[in-house]
Design a binder for this molecule. Structure first.
Ligand SMILES: CCCCCCCCCCCCCCCC(=O)SCCNC(=O)CCNC(=O)[C@H](O)C(C)(C)COP(=O)(O)OP(=O)(O)OC[C@H]1O[C@@H](n2cnc3c(N)ncnc32)[C@H](O)[C@@H]1OP(=O)(O)O
Length: 206
């Protein structure tokens, strides 16, 4: 018996770990014709987002920029509030920065997607005050599944890789948020015409 599966019963399909590599019949990601041009900042997808929101005082305030193809770059400055050990970034916070960067790839395809699976490798400790230079791109698309990978470098955009991650995001409709989010935040988001327009525009994906 393993600790992770104490009864040793086979897991139902929905609970099995899904591969992080695109399957052989995956297709290449398609950049939407109206995607922001390379070099353009993407802005926040939601002001209260812990990863990117400007109105979120406790957040990472990560800022992402469109790259070539279906890729993005982003920067995240590690603050004292992000510590795990003295003077070092918390691993979960670094994973959040990777998650947010990978999540922003949806903007380039005009697809709304949520994280299904995310695996992080921590290669170097990241001190407080460090600017983490992130790069992410989509490696393949299979139905609603979007496979992607990211690295975070320290000491500059070409510096040493401190963290890396592979992920599968799953495409969803706006209803995913409306049906599952707490009413007060959903109502506030729905009352913001810019938020609704931005989210609905993503559902038309030629
Ligand atoms: C007015 C308001 C506007 C708001 C506008 C917001 C705009 C923009 C927001 C962007 C936000 C990003 C923010 C950062 C990224 C997060 O942090 S997202 C938050 C963390 N993630 C979550 O909360 C997701 C929780 N999980 C779920 O809700 C559901 O499990 C999912 C992921 C939607 C999937 O459920 P489902 O739709 O029922 O999918 P299902 O039909 O079972 O599976 C479809 C396929 O996906 C695969 N799959 C399903 N789950 C997984 C999984 N966990 N791992 C791997 N593969 C999976 C299945 O195997 C299946 O594959 P195929 O059989 O087609 O080959």
């Amino acid at each position: 018996m393993s600790a992770a599966n104490p009864t040793n019963q086979p897991r139902p399909p929905a609970q099995r770990k899904q591969p992080l590599e695109p399957p052989e019949d995956a297709v290449a990601p398609v950049r939407h014709p109206e995607a922001p041009a390379p070099g353009e900042p993407l802005g926040a997808h939601y002001g209260q987002c812990f990863g990117c929101g400007g109105e979120q005082p406790h957040g990472l305030h990560l800022s992402a920029t469109a790259g070539e193809g279906v890729s993005v770059t982003a920067e995240f400055t590690v603050k004292p509030a992000h510590q795990g050990a003295p003077g070092l970034a918390h691993g979960g916070v670094l994973t959040t920065a990777l998650d947010e960067t990978l999540g922003s790839l949806g903007w380039l395809m005009h697809v709304i997607a949520v994280t299904g699976r995310l695996e992080t490798d921590f290669l170097r400790p990241v001190p407080v005050g460090t600017v983490l230079h992130l790069e992410a791109h989509v490696t393949g698309v299979h139905g609603r599944k979007i496979y992607s990978t990211a690295v975070g470098r320290i000491g500059g955009p070409d510096g040493e890789v401190a963290v890396r991650a592979d992920a599968v995001f799953i495409e969803v409709k706006v209803e995913h948020f409306i049906d599952n989010g707490r009413d007060e935040e959903i109502e506030a988001a729905m009352a913001d015409p810019d938020q609704v327009r931005r989210a609905r525009a993503f559902e038309v994906n030629p």
